[in-house]
Design a protein around this ligand. Structure first.
Ligand code: C2E
Ligand code: CA
Ligand code: CA
Length: 588
């Protein structure tokens, strides 16, 4: 039976196209049919998301498993950035004359499960899909053939260069079977404890970009070769995919395990003078009945959590990591739709003058109102957006909203309530954001001084000073956010022309806890005055805080004591009342 015949038969038996394709290659992949279905169900659902055709996702998986860049054990896929996958997609596009989505192929939108059911019932998938399936299977067959041919050719030559090439395309399935077999034996036979230690190289992509992929391959080859001698008798290792390595070891004491990691770290500090930084995730086996793939997953989860750490590069698996990873996945999968569907909203938190008991401004804070999940707070998604760069889009949106809001106020004659927006450090990477700011101001025809910019204090940074100077020249007001939370506040004061210091909540809480602290606070306020800097205390929650701040001469505050961040409509009404603007006007 050919692959295509197998796939058509599976489809006739009710399996969808991605299951049919992965299933058709079950033998080559070394998986049984049931596992193939499981694997393709997880990821072949792309079609139901309304996007990529299931044949495509399935083919990526088959190629990935055959060439070792996709490891079904690892839920974090990197299919789309892969060269083979790109090659595949280009060929598919060409042979399908551009029809690459389910809708284009089937002529119907099947983005919802009901749609898919209709298509199945009417047999449309069988009638129309074989075109896509045929093309997909043909390309996969060609690519795998080509790979085997290259492998055979290689056995007749033998240059060092190609030895490296070979290691990167060695048949993963065989290796995995052997590795899993060894690990199972170890788990069954040892009386000692067992741990899964997984590591990868931080910013490996950058190493590839900077020094070329060949160099990247050499690094991996170097690690693999060294692991052979570093691993003892009852320690097994495997290069799971790309730069991810797994070592399973028996051990008796925690320090033994610690020593192993330290040894690995020391051996892989650098390669040809290029520094390597490793992140380690460790899962210590508690339940030996658990599937190996699940143990591997847990080590992977810990490794990913370790990547985000600053103080350490090794973490042990904890249950709550899983939750974090799911949240992260949810956020990354939904962020684009959230922008398109305007799920991000600008909330405003008033700033008050204590002595006048009046609103003197507001800070714009983003909220994500997800149709199913409800309110998602910035604490959950901002750090992820900062990492993946998406924060720029969100900031741009909030700046635009803030300008619209200011325009609306100005139209009512309220021109004394500036709104401050947060400027993520991500923007410092290029200076595009300045043009965006200027364009926003121009379009809404508001006074520049009304849109204030909050920038977080950081270690002395030349770039931030330059940028700040430019912004000042352009006429913007700069607020130093979270003053007191970092370590070099005073340096930054010297270097950067800020207009206002926003005292960080934690800093204030700390200071107010003791007499000495209060004294420091008092002097900070005095210093700000001497330097002719504005001052605003944030996170003010109690009457005592308000009284103390007022006493030492800090008149501006923002915090729950006065008001929490609220939808812009609510703030608008509040502001109109505060300013005594007539209700009639408010309706405008
Ligand atoms: P931030 O800029 O320091 O904002 C102040 C945070 O303190 C806000 O949290 C605010 O709701 C909270 N807060 C205000 N008063 C009180 C109080 O009395 N008590 C307590 N416990 N908290 C108070 P939020 O809105 O959750 O935002 C968290 C952080 O996320 C912000 O810290 C900011 O760094 C970031 N962020 C929020 N919106 C944006 C945005 O549009 N762009 C960027 N780049 N970052 C944003
Ligand atoms: Ca802020
Ligand atoms: Ca702050």
């Amino acid at each position: 039976m050919t692959h295509l015949e197998k796939a058509v038969e599976l489809q006739k038996n009710g399996y969808h196209c991605s299951q049919a394709i992965v299933g058709a290659f079950a033998n080559e992949l070394g998986y049984n049919l049931k596992d193939c279905f499981k694997i393709s169900t997880c990821f072949g659902a792309g079609m139901r998301e309304g996007g990529t055709c299931g044949c495509i996702t399935a083919s990526f998986m088959v190629l990935g498993m055959a060439f070792g860049f996709y490891d079904p054990q690892d839920k974090e896929l990197e299919l789309y950035g892969n060269k083979k996958a790109e090659e595949f997609l280009a060929l598919f596009k060409e042979r399908m004359a551009g029809d690459i989505t389910c809708k284009a192929i089937l002529g119907q939108d099947i983005s919802k499960p009901e749609g898919l059911a209709v298509i199945r019932k009417e047999g449309l998938m069988l009638k129309l899909c074989p075109r896509a399936m045929r093309v997909c299977i043909a390309i996969v067959e060609e690519m795998i053939d080509d790979y085997h041919k290259r492998k055979n050719d290689f056995s007749h030559q033998n240059t060092a260069e190609e030895a490296i090439d070979l290691t990167s395309i060695i048949n993963q399935a065989d290796k995995r079977r052997k590795f899993t077999g060894n690990v199972t034996k170890l788990l069954d036979s040892t009386d000692k404890k067992v741990a899964f230690v997984q590591f990868d190289i931080k910013r490996f992509k950058i190493i590839n970009d900077l020094y070329g992929e060949k160099f990247g391959d050499e690094v991996l080859f170097f690690i693999s070769e060294n692991l052979k001698s570093l691993c003892g008798d009852r320690q097994y290792f495997m290069n799971l995919r790309a730069d991810v390595f797994s070592i399973v070891t028996e051990y008796e004491t925690d320090s033994e395990l610690d020593d192993l990691i330290t040894r690995l770290e020391q051996n892989f500090v650098e390669f040809k003078e290029v520094k390597l930084q490793l992140s380690f995730g460790v899962y210590t086996v508690e339940d030996r009945e658990m599937e190996i793939r699940q143990m591997e997953d847990r080590a992977a989860i810990a490794r990913k959590a370790a990547k985000a750490e600053v103080v350490t590069n090794r973490l042990f698996y904890q249950e709550q990591f899983k939750e974090l990873l799911y949240t992260r996945k949810f956020i990354e999968e939904n962020m684009n739709a959230a922008i398109d569907e305007k799920q991000f909203q600008m909330y405003l938190q008033p700033k008050y003058s204590i002595s006048r008991n009046k609103i003197v401004g507001a800070e714009a804070l983003v909220r994500w109102i997800h149709p199913q999940r409800g309110m998602v707070y910035p604490g959950e998604f901002i750090p992820i957006f900062e990492e993946n760069g998406f924060i720029r889009k969100v900031d741009y949106y909030i700046w635009e909203e803030a300008c619209h809001f200011l325009k609306r106020c100005a139209d009512l004659g309220i021109r004394d309530c500036p709104v401050s927006v947060n400027v993520s450090r991500q923007h410092l990477k290029d200076m595009d954001f300045m043009q965006v700011l200027v364009a926003n101001i121009r379009e809404s025809r508001i006074d520049k001084s009304l849109l204030e910019l909050e920038i977080t204090e950081t270690a002395n940074d030349e770039k931030i000073s330059k940028m700040a100077e430019q912004l000042k020249k352009d006429g913007f007001t700069l607020l130093m956010d979270d003053f007191g939370s970092g370590y070099s506040s005073l340096n930054v004061l010297l270097e950067t022309p800020f207009d206002v210091l926003k005292l960080d909540k934690k800093f204030m809480d700390n200071m107010m806890a003791s007499e000495k602290g209060k004294l420091i606070l008092e002097h900070v306020v005095a210093m700000a005055k001497k330097l002719e800097l504005g001052l605003l205390a944030e996170g003010v929650e109690t009457k005592e805080q308000v009284e103390l701040l007022s006493k030492i001469g800090c008149d501006r505050v923002q915090g729950y004591y006065y008001a929490k961040p609220m939808p812009q409509e609510e703030f608008f009404e509040m502001l109109c009342k505060d300013r005594g603007v007539l209700e009639k006007n408010m309706q405008k």
